[in-house]
Design a protein around this ligand. Structure first.
Ligand SMILES: C[S@@+](CC[C@H](N)C(=O)[O-])C[C@H]1O[C@@H](n2cnc3c(N)ncnc32)[C@H](O)[C@@H]1O
Length: 247
């Protein structure tokens, strides 16, 4: 896993300029997170730190970012050097890191879909729970595992392609290919299918309650710029889902 992101770290940054990333993904994520003023936040699978920085800039008191890829963390630290926000970055595997501190909020966008087994998912959930204060919230975005493969092509007009070998079974690899530039440049990586029931089992097993799944939403600016019709497939065949729950 680390090696995949080490080799695409620089390229992956381009994804965040895509209309889908700006008007659906980031907008949905920040809406779910809400007001962060004064909060301590752990960002697991922070990548090069795009959300980590945004949350600190939006008023969070403390931010710690963790990622398994040393190249992703190198990019995050470079940004921290350019514009210091007092964010701490740690290179580590979420399944192994254990307790760092007690945070008000743990975010982990697109972490859980890297678990290929129930056991791996449970370990990730253990780390999330171990780092939350009682009553703290976990908020995440995830590949929408419920989307039937016959609708995968609906993401293509947003630069999001997905494929799987045959039917979806627990642990089936899903290959995601993102078109990240107008010249057709692409990056590919694998996620894994585990059912929603398995996710809910893992979250409940480590003490989470009030587990909710959220459909993505489109920013008003995105609708104005590209039209409601353009985004309708992103709403009707969600490529991503939000997850929220409470310790
Ligand atoms: C698609 S990127 C998401 C980055 C950022 N959270 C975002 O939403 O833009 C997925 C990140 O998960 C990291 N990752 C995957 N498995 C991990 C693990 N077991 N421990 C820590 N990071 C992991 C990868 O290195 C990569 O940076």
């Amino acid at each position: 896993m680390a090696q995949i992101y080490d080799s695409i770290a620089e390229q992956f940054k381009k994804f965040y300029s895509l209309p889908f990333a700006l008007h659906v993904e980031t907008y949905t994520h920040l809406n779910l997170i809400g007001d962060v003023t004064g909060k301590s936040i752990l960002d697991l699978a922070c990548g090069e730190g795009i959300y980590t920085r945004l949350l600190k800039q939006n008023g969070a008191a403390r931010l710690v970012g963790v990622d398994i890829s040393s190249e992703m963390i190198k990019l995050a630290r470079q940004e921290e050097e350019k514009e210091p926000l007092e964010i701490e970055y740690i290179i580590a595997d979420v399944t192994e890191i254990g307790f760092i501190d007690s945070f008000d909020l743990v975010v982990a966008s697109f972490l859980l879909n890297y678990a290929s087994t129930k056991d791996e998912l449970l370990k990730m959930c253990h780390t999330i729970s171990a780092n939350l204060k009682p009553g703290g919230q976990f908020i995440s975005l995830n590949n929408n595992l419920d989307l039937p493969p016959e609708f995968y092509h609906k993401g293509e007009k947003y630069g999001l392609a997905k494929s799987c070998p045959g039917s979806l079974q627990e642990g089936t690899p899903l290959t995601l290919t993102l078109t990240i530039a107008d010249d057709g440049e692409k990056v590919s990586f694998d996620n894994y299918y585990l059912s929603k029931a398995t996710y809910e089992w893992a979250l409940r097993s480590v003490g989470f309650k009030d587990i909710r799944w959220h459909n993505p939403i489109v920013s008003p600016e995105g609708v104005q710029k590209f039209s409601q019709e353009f985004w309708q497939d992103a709403i009707d065949y969600p490529y991503i889902l939000g997850i929220t729950c409470q310790k």
